[in-house]
Design a protein around this ligand. Structure first.
Ligand code: IMP
Length: 430
């Protein structure tokens, strides 16, 4: 299995970071193919908590090479800040260990300013973006006026960034937002270019050679299936292809690279969502507080990037089946099973009901989820603390039944179950 793809099967925040960390122990490369520093991946190793937004979580393993692919949008300031904080935490980051695609697009402070100004202009209909400039950077990419990391070393780069800021300032003025100072941006980017230059490579050719040589490449998806620009709950989505096929375009790999790939979908034992948009199985009140946690622990349901409280609900099996389809998932990894301990009756959404009809699948994808009522299967919960369990057979009978029901609904096996935030709190199922 030379290529393994790990994606979020829900709305992001499934706990992919620590699962990537688990698989990265056996990987030669860990590569991100989409998004930017809107992602937030947390990994706890011993007493150290690593919060990564841009660099793949595999960097924590000293033998793995971390890759930022061409499908990403990269804020160079965030990249340098993250390299510095990893260094401070004792994780060596140098060009041997980190490779950045020349074709990834740059995020500038003008993109960030536009992201925030557009969100406030949307008012109540806002998307709830992370404000990191993701949408405006991908917009520039799509309208072919974006700046790529490789452009930083061209003789006309400062002139081009000046033009970009001028253009952005025109838009900002229409939105009634403050101007960005072009001189400041040009100065900063001169410095960034020098620091980043040794990290820039042709990712496509490097990963192709690695796969041909039998090396193991782990592709780390950011956000989740339901935030995919094409397959998510549009328009309440991010601006990239978060789903597994995005791995190929986002890393410059050909389609045959994925021929024997393992595609692991990471899915929480319940459902969460941050930002606006429909959420059929959402719960409120005491149960929501119970699932969300108080915010005292880093693994409670508060955004790693924005600190916002996440919306929570019962696991949605209809959307999970959809995620299996659009990603081609071959297996599931269930996270946060421990959070469900002590809930007397669990609910699992197995179908939707709308306008007198039952739906096992969603026609036209998850665009008009508002109209559906979830149909639930109720199952008895378990009281036991599962956080110290490491073997499938030791899990409470009702927990195994719940996981079996998820696997049956999804039509793919559950391979791993995480029962706590620490590296070793994993039950290997198969
Ligand atoms: P953007 O990616 O900042 O443009 O935000 C678009 C939508 O995706 C918003 O609803 C965000 O809350 C959501 N989003 C972006 N990144 C993440 C993530 O890493 N986890 C969960 N939601 C995310």
């Amino acid at each position: 299995m030379p290529l393994q793809i790990i994606v979020g099967a829900q709305w992001g925040d499934e706990g992919k970071g620590r699962i990537v960390d688990w698989f990265a122990a056996k990987a030669d490369y860990v590569a991100r193919y989409n998004g930017g520093d809107n992602a937030g991946h947390s990994v706890t190793v011993g007493k150290q908590l690593f919060k990564l937004h841009l660099i793949p979580s595999g960097i924590i393993h000293p033998h793995a090479v971390a890759v930022l692919g061409n499908g990403m949008v990269v804020n160079p300031k965030s990249l340098l800040d993250e390299m510095y904080s990893l260094d401070q935490a004792g994780v060596r980051v140098n060009p041997e260990r980190l490779r950045v695609s020349h074709a990834a697009h740059l995020i500038t402070i003008a993109h960030q300013a536009l992201d925030k100004a557009m969100e406030s202009a949307r008012g109540k209909g806002n998307i709830g973006t992370t404000g990191r400039g993701i949408g405006p950077a991908y917009t520039d990419k799509a309208r072919r006026s974006g700046l790529r990391l490789g452009d930083m070393f061209e003789h006309n780069f400062l002139e081009r960034i000046g033009l970009h800021i001028d253009e952005a300032n025109q838009q900002l003025s229409m939105l009634g937002a403050p101007y960005v100072n072009p001189m400041q941006v040009m100065d900063e980017y001169r410095t960034y270019a020098e620091i980043i230059r040794p990290y820039i490579v042709d990712i496509s050719s490097e990963l192709d050679a690695a796969l041909r040589a039998g090396k193991r490449v782990l592709a780390e998806g950011a956000q989740g299936t339901l935030l995919d620009i094409d397959h998510g709950t549009y328009p309440f989505v991010t601006s990239s292809n978060t789903t597994a096929p995005g791995t190929l375009t986002g890393l410059g790999l050909g389609i045959t690279a994925a021929r024997d790939a393992t595609v692991s979908g990471v899915c929480k034992a319940f459902q969460t969502r941050v930002g606006s948009g429909p959420f059929p199985t959402e719960v409120t009140g005491d149960l929501a507080l119970r699932l969300r946690g108080t915010g005292e622990n880093p693994w409670d349901e508060y955004g790693t990037t924005t600190g916002r409280a996440r919306r929570v609900g019962w696991l949605d099996g209809v959307l999970l089946r959809y995620a299996v389809r659009v990603n081609g998932l071959t297996e599931l990894v269930i996270t946060k099973l421990d959070i469900l301990s002590g809930i007397s009756t669990l609910r699992l959404c197995t179908a939707y009901f709308a306008e007198g009809q039952r739906y096992e699948d969603i026609p036209f994808g998850p665009t008009d989820l508002e109209k559906y009522q979830p149909v639930y299967q109720e199952m008895p919960g378990w009281k036991e603390d599962v956080s110290k369990i490491r073997k499938w057979a030791d899990l409470p009978k009702n927990a195994r039944a719940y996981l079996d029901a998820i696997s049956k609904l999804a039509g793919v096996p559950v391979r791993l179950v995480s029962v706590g935030p620490e590296r070793e709190q994993i039950v290997v199922v198969s």
